[in-house]
Design a protein around this ligand. Sequence first.
Ligand SMILES: CC(=O)SCCNC(=O)CCNC(=O)[C@H](O)C(C)(C)COP(=O)(O)OP(=O)(O)OC[C@H]1O[C@@H](n2cnc3c(N)ncnc32)[C@H](O)[C@@H]1OP(=O)(O)O
Ligand SMILES: O=CC(=O)O
Ligand SMILES: [Mg+2]
Length: 551
Amino acid sequence: MSITLTRTSQHPRSAEILSDEALAFIEELHHRFAGRRDELVAAREDRRKEASATGTLTFPPETAQVRDGDWQVAPAPAALQDRRVEITGPASPAKMAINALNSGAKVWLADLEDASTPTWENVLDAVANLSDAAHGTLAFTSAEGKEYSVRQDGKTAVVVVRPRGWHLPEEHVLVDGAEAVGALVDFGLHFFHNAAALTASGQGPFYYLPKMEHYLEARLWNEVFTFAQEYVGIPHGTVRATMLIETIPAAFQMEEFLYELRDHASGLNAGRWDYLFSIVKTFRDSTAGDFVLPDRGAVSMTAPFMRAYTELLVKSCHRRGAFAMGGMAAVIPDRKHPDVTAAAFAKVTDDKTREANDGFDGSWVAHPDLVPVCQEVFDSVLGSKPNQVDRLREEVQVSPEQLLDVASADGGVTESGLRMNLYVAVAYTAVWLSGNGAVAIHNLMEDAATAEISRTQIWQQVNQAVAARDTGNVITAELVQSVLAEEVERLRGEVNDPERFARFYEPAAALIGRLVSGRAEDYEDFLTLSAYRLLDQVNSLGQASPGAHTA
Ligand SMILES: CC(=O)SCCNC(=O)CCNC(=O)[C@H](O)C(C)(C)COP(=O)(O)OP(=O)(O)OC[C@H]1O[C@@H](n2cnc3c(N)ncnc32)[C@H](O)[C@@H]1OP(=O)(O)O
Ligand SMILES: O=CC(=O)O
Ligand SMILES: [Mg+2]
């Protein structure tokens, strides 16, 4: 075998998860698909440069026949007919997995992506928990002695697993000496151990596919699924995938994505946070138009360019018999503060009401207490129907100009927004380094996607020499470094734990300080690519108890 592991895992289930048979499957996936994945990821930057230089993107001319053609995706299996509420969250620790399964949501997006730090231990623990869930053996006892078990009334959420995006490596697995592809490791381990059991149980190997930028990347996933099904001997079309439309190039290829995966597709999701990140990233250095995004907190889903995106998504899905899934309102409840919870419920109700009225078939929530809020809204619009795929929205017409009209967003850039971005980027990155990929900061859910917006906005503001509305100051690299130093001192006081601060916050601050310089050579395509290389180093003393951020 030419597959090797670079580190011995302490996980009690590692021998079973990383069995010779499972590793042989990962190796086979790598040999067949890693080379193409490398080419597709490498091709992104040339396209980005062209979009930035021209200030535009177009619906691809070469796929006009796909858009004009008469085709539908395969009908959704029974387990995915009603997706009105989907809870998202990491599959590790087991407690969260059980809480998600028991939450009352129809679907649980089990996340190895935006909400998860891919330490090797987290990856293995997520696969172990998902395997236990698939085989009906998942249980957990907390350090305080609280026992968790999966409800047995037939109302557990259907599991849809989100592997890492195509860009991330898995450095703990080498094939022929090269790092494995994170997405293929996550998918491969989950699929190998569970596809047959899930299929037999009436669910299935269901996936969410993140961060794709081109329909050829969707084609590659289709090839992976086709091969994987043959390998374990389950029928073609058993896998179902919901693709996130969360990059700006993907918004111009929604039907193409569905077409590529038409035997396996069950829908598209409007991943709003990565979508905003992708817009800023793609046009960060553009001088061919106004692409400076207002403060992150000022951009809402009612901004015309965001409405163009969601309206087009509903129309594209329903035309092809696919589900249109709404995104994440980042406000979260706080069980200790009823006022915070009431405000979160009101905002989530507004957000889900707009989505349900626009024709979405269901939507996401980040916290179990928000499940009934989303459910009530969709119940009131769907009535006795499981979905509203029959709402075709034929009246919707969306142009490239509307999708790219970033200047249509109200609000502007402020120095207080800059300060907030720096604080969040450092705090989130520190918590991520400690092994926790989603965290509440100031009553907002922060994850990899929201942190990416924060740090990329700063880079753009420096690069474009934006003047802050509140102070009139031009945002320069020097100003950013001085505000960063202040925010780092604030965090030091709040964390109030010198060892923890030195271990996680200082490397996080150094990384963010470099990534926001506004210089081309310091821009990194994904924050998590650089942060990933720090993970083993900061956790060399053993994985810390993954932190919350306590401000
Ligand atoms: C941009 C995107 O991609 S969005 C999708 C990716 N992001 C996510 O999935 C984020 C999911 N949400 C979360 O991780 C969490 O809700 C957080 C980090 C935001 C807040 O978590 P906490 O601070 O632990 O919230 P809180 O203390 O209120 O939790 C109360 C209980 O609900 C559980 N809980 C909270 N959120 C979730 C969740 N998403 N899934 C399962 N259980 C959850 C907690 O584990 C806790 O359980 P316990 O009472 O048994 O101890
Ligand atoms: O993955 C979802 C997003 O909003 O990003
Ligand atoms: Mg995302």
